[in-house]
Write a protein that binds this ligand. Sequence first.
Ligand code: 5GP
Ligand code: MG
Length: 187
Amino acid sequence: MYYSPNKDMVTIKDLDFSLYLSAREIQNKIRIMATKIASEYEGKNPLLLVVLNGAFIFGADLIRNMDIACTVQFIRLKSYDQLKSTEQLQISGMDKVDVKDRHVIIVEDIIDSGFTMHTFVPLLEEMNPSSIAIASLLMKDDEIKYNVNVKYTGFHIPEKFVVGYGLDYDGQGRNLPHIYQLVEFIE
Ligand code: 5GP
Ligand code: MG
């Protein structure tokens, strides 16, 4: 096995990661986020636009904790290459989303530089939704370079690379139940 789930340390390919946020901590936070969103969107039938790939697990848990009528759609956004933001956004699935006159909540795994959301939100605005809000499980506040208005944030985290709970390192690690942080060795 290349790594074992539920361990304090995991190795994925060439890198070591240590436990940072447990599945329990994540679920507790999601319940709080979902309750807040549900109370603010009750009667509005919000459209949750889940950003693939990274937010698929967060989105699935968030909607199951939201006790109101809502709709779910998916979009695929890619800007990250292995460990870094590339500042080139690949968008797919835009033709399949119908946001006109809808209260849209973009469901993201993590905001890093802010480039992805800063680029995507104006494109969404052109499709005439009634409103747009962002819900991100994680946010690296020290890395923000672009202006993004994040309405719901789960955890404010340091700039270290993280994997697990939907987030990958070079395609792997999404199935880890906890979130792990890259161990950086000082040379
Ligand atoms: P941004 O465009 O804000 O710089 O980066 C946003 C996207 O980059 C996120 O949606 C996520 O897919 C990816 N990303 C940013 N930081 C991390 C990280 O620490 N780990 C992983 N796996 N992906 C990240
Ligand atoms: Mg993402």
